[in-house]
Design a protein around this ligand. Structure first.
Ligand code: PXP
Length: 249
């Protein structure tokens, strides 16, 4: 079955926050993505509020009719917001001050008590609890231990290895196949543990196919490439192109 596509619209808020104004609207962007066939909308409410704001989360909860996934750190502040707003899913992610974007997966093993408590609170509130982790068997095992329902495997290392000329020939190709093997094995292990398997970070229409061919992967969270492409062709076409790349993989 074709994996679902959640479009991450953080960058729409980034453009808006560049002027601290009202446009472009994240709600209008979410509607455009849904009309183009997106299966869900993903946003990341960061501690520093650099793009998505608290009000956006509430407005999107009202407006999104497909599926709303909110990425957040497992802090007390964020748990309170999640439980109040009740998105369909919360993806727990690591957050490092000053990072440009999420740098790799959550270290569930090292933070097992905090993650377990957060997963329990989310699940009690009826929210699907997903953990963004590297495709590392130890982290997948920990995700099972803390009772998560889903893992989102971080595709950043794979995606980086496909960038530029080295991604097609030579070193990059060898690295890409190594990273793909880790994703394939990670997805199989997670599914064996009864976890839903999502994937995301750094994916483009050019490199998503190989990940979409991993049968256990049932969901993608993709933002940067779609919004970048939308600058030239509009969100509608950018979302359709990504859906097509996933469906025809
Ligand atoms: N999944 C997670 C957990 C992320 O933090 C991000 C980036 O916000 C993505 C997926 C999407 O990554 P990209 O914007 O590179 O497609």
């Amino acid at each position: 079955m074709t994996a679902r596509l959640n479009v991450n619209i953080d960058h729409v808020a980034t453009v808006r926050q560049a002027r601290r104004t009202i446009e472009p609207s994240v709600v209008a962007a979410a509607m455009a993505c849904e009309q183009a066939g997106a299966d869900g909308i993903t946003i990341h409410l960061r501690g520093d509020r650099r793009h998505i704001q608290d009000a956006d989360v509430r407005l999107l909860r009202e407006a999104v009719t497909t599926y709303l996934n909110v990425e957040m750190a497992a802090t007390e502040e964020m748990m309170k917001i999640a439980i109040e707003v009740k998105p369909d899913a919360v993806s727990l992610v690591p957050e490092n001050p000053g990072e440009i974007t999420t740098e790799g997966g959550l270290n569930v093993r090292a933070n097992i008590a905090i993650v377990r408590a957060a997963v329990n609170r989310l699940r009690e509130a009826g929210i699907m609890a997903s953990l963004f982790i590297d495709p590392d068997p130890m982290q997948i095992e920990s995700a099972r231990e803390v009772n998560a329902q889903q893992v989102e495997l971080c595709t950043a290392a794979y995606a980086e290895s496909t960038l530029g000329a080295l991604g097609i020939h030579g070193e990059g190709a060898a690295q890409a196949s190594h990273e793909l093997r880790r994703l394939r094995e990670g997805a199989a292990l997670a599914a064996q543990y009864g976890l839903h398997v999502a994937a995301g970070h750094g994916l483009t229409t050019r490199n998503v196919g190989a990940v979409a061919r991993i049968s256990e992967v049932s969901e993608f969270n993709i933002g940067h490439h779609i919004v970048s492409r939308a600058v030239f062709v509009g969100l509608d076409r950018a979302v359709r192109e990504m859906r097509e790349a996933i469906a025809t993989a």
